[in-house]
Structures are given as structure tokens and as C-alpha cells.
Write a protein that binds this ligand. Structure first.
Ligand code: HMG
Ligand code: MG
Length: 286
């Protein structure tokens, strides 16, 4: 039997947060509802972050209220601090319990520019969020950004990533997504980073989150598969871009990842025909 790989669709969050235009709640919900019928089991749909920092996600409460949850699909939102957790609590409906994701950076420069605080301060801010989520029975995923390069500090040492992962896992034993935030990673450097992280966390607890800025995302997924990773984040239609590289591609496209996995003999349970339809819809949002 073919081995399974899990795809976390992040287009409605990581993709749309980087699109310059205003996209209505109705269009976001239409995209999420279509993705929900594709066989995907994980869809990240928004963020409870400051609307001054990321205006595109300011309507996440309405998106959660209006999407049609499909059984077997887990929906997730980013929550950086207790203010975000309060937003999450106010927005969620009782019959529908989205997961949350917390996020830190492996580099100080990105932490300051993305979260307005140091890495250790960001961990202190998310600690009560993770405790509240545990109390409420809400599943938590962790992100570590800048796993190969930081737009402010330059290359990230593999040990720095392993340290950041360990820091998050000291808060609680959560699965971790490793973000090549600016898509500068190459297979060699991703491989070295993964070797360091795998000394701290087993592959089954990790996901690869590759942006395709440098056109290396599929090659980076390839090497991650070789090292045992079986979960990847992607954005339908390659939604999004990179604030540090105007005009560059966004997250690796879900349809391209499906094709690679199919070629390598992995199963995902995701219907490429529905994803192709969603990719068309997503491209209309660019
Ligand atoms: P801050 O300014 O330091 O926060 O921002 P603060 O606590 O000093 O509060 C300032 C104001 O923001 C206050 O409002 C707060 O109420 C409000 P005011 O009194 O001025 O009217 N505020 C909030 N409002 C809504 N929701 C909240 C919230 N928190 C405070 N949660 C903060 C700190 C974290 C809020 C800010 O830095 C922020 O929102 N950053 C956004 C970060 C973000 O969403 N980045 C993109 C996602 S991460 C990513 O894309 C990487 C990833 O894809 C993986 C990869 O690729 O590497 C995951
Ligand atoms: Mg990202």
C-alpha cells in the first residue's frame, strides 16, 4: 500500500495575507468551501493578529462564521497572543472548533519585524495561549519561521532552528511546521537544517513549509521526503507572494505538490480535479 502524505492547505491564510488587493469574505469563503470538498484534511483559514499589521486577515471572524465546516476537515487559524485568543473565542461557533497555530522565528530579526518582540518574548506571549487551548481542548500547531534564511539576519544556522523547535516543544508537545519564509532554501541547506531538527523531534511531528520565491520549493520537498517528512504546507494556485521579494511566487502551489507526490508514489486522498478548480479560483484573486 502506498504511503500517505498530509497536505496542509495554507492558501486562504498565508497566500491571501500577502495579496495586495482586498478580497471579500464571500470570495474567501467560496474558496475555503471548495477546498473543503477536495479531500484535504487541513485548511488554514485566517489569523487573529493585529489588523494594523496584516489587514487582509481582519475579517477572519466573519470567514469562520460563514464557512461551511465539512466533517473530517480540520480548520486552523493563527493566534499570536492572548488578545488573539480572545478574538478566536469570540468568533468560533460551538459546533465548530478550529485548531490554532502559534508561531515563532528561528531568527531575531524576523521576530522583531513580524511580532514586534524577541524570540523569547514571543514564546512568553504564546505560552498562555497554548495553556488556554489545552484547557479548551483545542489542538495547537507550532510554526518556526526563517529555517534557512532571514530577510534581516541572513542565513540561519541549522542549530538555531533546532533550538527554536526545542523552545516551542518545551511549551507543549505540538507538531511543528518548518517555514522557509522567504524561499531562499536549497536542498543541501534544507537537508542540513532537517538533520539538526530531527535530532530534537521525530519526522512524524514535522511539516515542511516552503515558499517558492527561489523556485526551489519542490526540490526542498523532495529532500524532506527523503529524510522522512510526510506533511507539507502549500497554497492552491501558488497564492501569495513575498513582502521581501516583490513579484516573486508565494507558497509552493498545492497542485504542483500533488503532482510531485503522485510521481513519487505517495497518496494524499486529495482530488487534483477539485484542486485545479480551486487554483483557477485562487488565480482570480491575484
Ligand atoms: P504589538 O503592536 O507589539 O502588540 O503587536 P501590542 O500588544 O503592543 O498591541 C498593540 C495594539 O495591537 C493594541 O491595539 C492591541 O489591542 C492590538 P491598540 O490599543 O493600539 O488599538 N493587538 C491585537 N489586535 C488584534 N489581534 C491581536 C492583537 N494583539 C495586539 N492578536 C502583534 C504584536 C503580534 C499583535 C503584531 O506584531 C502582529 O499582529 N503581527 C502579525 C504577525 C503576522 O500575522 N504575520 C504573518 C503570519 S506569520 C507567517 O506568515 C510565517 C508562516 O507562514 C511560516 C513561514 O512562512 O515561515 C506562519
Ligand atoms: Mg509562510
Amino acid at each position: 500500500m502506498a504511503e500517505t502524505v498530509r497536505i496542509h492547505e495554507v492558501g486562504p491564510r498565508d497566500g491571501l495575507q500577502n495579496e495586495p488587493g482586498v478580497i471579500s469574505v464571500a470570495r474567501k469563503v467560496a474558496l475555503i468551501d471548495l477546498l473543503s470538498r477536495s479531500g484535504l484534511r487541513d485548511i488554514e483559514v485566517g489569523s487573529f493578529v493585529s489588523p494594523k499589521w496584516v489587514p487582509q486577515m481582519a475579517d477572519t471572524d466573519q470567514v469562520l462564521a460563514q464557512l461551511t465546516p465539512v466533517a473530517g476537515v480540520r480548520y486552523a487559524v493563527l493566534v499570536p497572543n492572548m488578545r488573539g485568543w480572545e478574538g478566536y473565542l469570540a468568533a468560533r461557533r460551538l459546533h465548530f472548533l478550529p485548531d490554532i497555530a502559534v508561531f515563532i522565528s528561528a531568527s531575531e530579526g524576523f521576530s522583531q519585524n513580524n511580532l514586534n518582540c524577541s524570540v523569547s518574548e514571543s514564546v512568553a506571549r504564546l505560552r498562555p495561549v497554548v495553556a488556554a487551548a489545552a484547557e479548551a481542548g483545542v489542538a495547537v500547531r507550532g510554526y518556526v519561521s526563517c529555517v534557512t534564511d532571514c530577510p534581516f539576519d541572513g542565513p540561519t544556522a541549522p542549530e538555531q532552528v533546532a533550538d527554536a523547535v526545542a523552545l516551542l516543544r518545551q511549551v507543549a508537545p505540538m507538531p511543528i511546521s518548518l517555514g522557509d519564509t522567504i524561499g531562499k532554501g536549497t536542498p543541501d541547506r534544507v537537508g542540513a537544517m532537517l538533520e539538526a531538527v530531527l535530532a530534537v523531534v521525530p519526522a512524524a511531528e514535522l511539516a515542511g513549509h516552503f515558499h517558492d520565491t527561489g523556485g526551489q520549493a519542490l526540490a526542498n520537498i523532495d529532500v524532506s521526503l527523503d529524510l522522512g517528512l510526510r506533511a507539507f504546507d502549500s497554497a492552491v494556485g501558488g497564492l501569495g507572494g513575498c513582502p521581501y521579494a516583490p513579484g516573486a511566487p508565494g507558497n509552493v502551489a498545492t497542485e504542483a505538490v500533488l503532482e510531485l507526490l503522485d510521481q513519487r508514489g505517495f497518496e494524499t486522498g486529495v482530488d487534483p480535479a477539485v484542486i485545479a478548480q480551486a487554483a483557477e479560483m485562487a488565480k482570480g484573486m491575484r
